[in-house]
Ligand binder design. Structure first.
Ligand code: HEM
Length: 509
């Protein structure tokens, strides 16, 4: 890893901080394995896991088409995707994707956040999934199908019969079956359309081995095992399809073992990682995204107090609790003792400068280098637009160009990945628009206060919430970019065009 790695940086931020660069905080929704329905009801995490499986389940290992590609969002009206949890999941994730973190990546992260929030294992994450913007093939298993059909379906998804048994047990450990979705499996004493759910095991908010232990003990209440209509007992058909060998097996060294808490978790870790990594064969996933103990989250040359140019850097540092550390930042500019900039634009020393234990963070020796041709990305909120939904918003995007820059005025590429609220109405299923891409040429804006050495340009930006902006300018054939600027990340709060420049700098550590 070396900074800047825009895709890695964005995936890492979204995965580990649970917050997308557009200011959405999707991971919080599943905090403490919470439920939407009631305090001890089926958890939101279960809805996210089921949706991820249903999205992946249409993968065809023979021709490599389909997989975890977010096509599920266009497939809700199919009988194989019955489930109130699906639309709720779409709403949870609607405005979190960005140009560098796809809808399908968010679905995969949902499995990781959800499983972890219910006490399950940490799962490795790789990014780079590519979204489909239309429905794909059919193929999500349904309870009434016969065993042979299930075996064929899982084989197409890339799983053997043994793996099918384990994967179903790895899914049906949180959540359950709802009356409103499957009244033929879960009848409700309260009448039709009840949110009442029967859990797969007695610990529906815990990602644990209980699904297996209760099945083997004969005490299970899993509706897909005990429903009176034997045709609908898909879990029973699957779990017992090899004479219960897989469910009973305990072999410490294999990933097929299910019959102990630790071997269950080990098997499920491996299978759930395969689930989220089952993507169309032409999609290349990134390396594993690991947490960065030292991260430059944002670095920019920008403007404060109308006319002062500053270098603004946000860093995130991990260090053991209770230990006091100093961080010293060094930087160079066009003047002063470090004017040659041989060590990069900025770098850091961590630790107690008085002692010898100083760690230098200099981007692996390269220094953190910032160009100063195109600077000061600001996005100023202007107003909400429209009297009725879907509401849009207007912002003004601002960038400064170094005087003497030869060729063109800057341009902004705007990508809006939002799912407007009105498109979520399921009639018969939500119609989610594909991302909006627009390239806007900025115009000279002399009404902004002068900042010596720079000329400023602006352009209006109109859209919904999940907007990312990529600024670019050419100078003598060289291309300069300021990428992945959000209109909505909270960084420019309280900033309007009339008070050009950020007012206060967060500098507390
Ligand atoms: C033959 C294969 C499968 C069948 C027939 C099946 C069927 C079902 C059914 C009927 C429900 C109830 C949904 C509702 O009431 O809204 C359900 C829920 C669920 N399924 Fe499966 N499933 C299968 C495989 C899997 C797999 C492989 C996973 C994940 C690894 C999984 C994860 C879940 C989860 C987490 C829920 C709970 C959802 C909630 O509580 O909101 N399922 N499944």
């Amino acid at each position: 890893y070396q900074w800047p790695s825009p895709q890695y940086d964005a995936l890492e931020l979204t995965l580990y901080e649970g917050q997308s660069p557009t200011g959405q905080i999707p991971a919080d929704v599943t905090e403490e394995c919470g439920s939407r329905v009631s305090q001890d009801g089926p958890p939101i995490a279960a809805e996210w896991l089921r949706l991820a499986y249903s999205d992946m389940a249409t993968h065809n290992a023979t021709d490599g088409i389909g997989g975890l590609d977010a096509s599920i969002f266009y497939e809700f009206s199919r009988p194989e995707n019955v489930g109130a949890g699906n639309l709720d999941t779409l709403i949870d994730f609607a405005n979190s994707p960005t140009t560098l973190v796809s809808r399908a990546d968010i679905i995969a992260m949902g499995v990781i956040w959800g499983v972890a929030s219910c006490g399950g294992p940490p799962l490795a994450f790789r990014g780079g999934r590519v979204d489909a913007f239309e429905a794909g093939r059919f193929g999500v298993p349904q309870p009434q199908e016969d065993l042979q059909t299930h075996i064929e379906e899982f084989k197409l998804q890339g799983f053997t019969q043994t793996e099918m048994i384990s994967l179903v047990a790895c899914g049906h450990t949180i959540g359950g079956v709802r009356n409103m979705d499957f009244p033929n499996i879960v009848p409700s004493p309260d009448g039709p359309n009840s949110t009442l759910a029967d859990g797969f095991d007695s610990t529906i908010q815990k990602y644990d081995f209980t699904i297996v232990s209760e099945y083997l003990a004969g005490t299970t209440q899993d509706p897909l095992v005990v429903v009176p209509n034997v045709t609908l007992r898909s879990d029973l058909k699957i779990f017992s399809s090899d004479g219960n060998v897989t469910m009973k097996r305990y072999r410490f060294h294999t990933y097929e073992s299910m019959n102990s808490p630790t071997s269950y978790i080990r098997t499920c870790t491996s299978l759930l990682e395969r689930l989220i990594n089952t993507v169309p064969s032409d999609v290349q996933l990134t390396e594993e995204i690991v947490f960065l103990p030292f991260k430059v989250r944002r670095a920019e040359i920008t403007v404060i107090n109308d006319n002062q140019l500053i270098l603004h850097v946000d860093v995130r540092i991990q260090w053991p609790a209770g230990i006091v550390q100093n961080i010293t930042m060094f930087w160079c500019d066009r003047r002063g003792p470090s004017a040659n900039c041989a060590d990069g634009t900025f770098w850091f020393e961590l630790g107690d400068p008085a002692s010898r234990d100083v760690v230098v963070e200099d981007n692996g020796g390269a220094g953190f280098v910032l160009q100063d041709t195109l600077i000061a990305p600001h996005v100023a909120f202007v107003a909400g637009i429209g009297a009725a939904p879907p509401f849009q918003f207007e912002w003004t995007a601002i960038a400064g160009v170094l005087d003497g820059t030869a060729d063109t005025v800057p341009q902004v590429r705007m990508t809006d990945m939002s799912v407007p609220f009105t498109s979520l109405v399921p009639a018969p299923a939500p119609a989610i628009p594909p991302p909006v891409n627009r390239t806007l040429t900025m115009t000279l804006n002399t009404s902004l206060p002068a900042v010596p050495g720079y000329t400023f340009y602006t352009t209006p930006i109109i859209g919904f919430e999940s907007i990312m902006l990529d600024f670019a300018v050419e100078n003598g054939g060289v291309h300069f970019e300021l990428n992945f600027q959000s209109v909505n990340d909270g960084a420019d709060e309280d900033f309007t065009l009339s008070t050009f420049g950020k007012k206060a700098l967060p500098h507390n550590i």
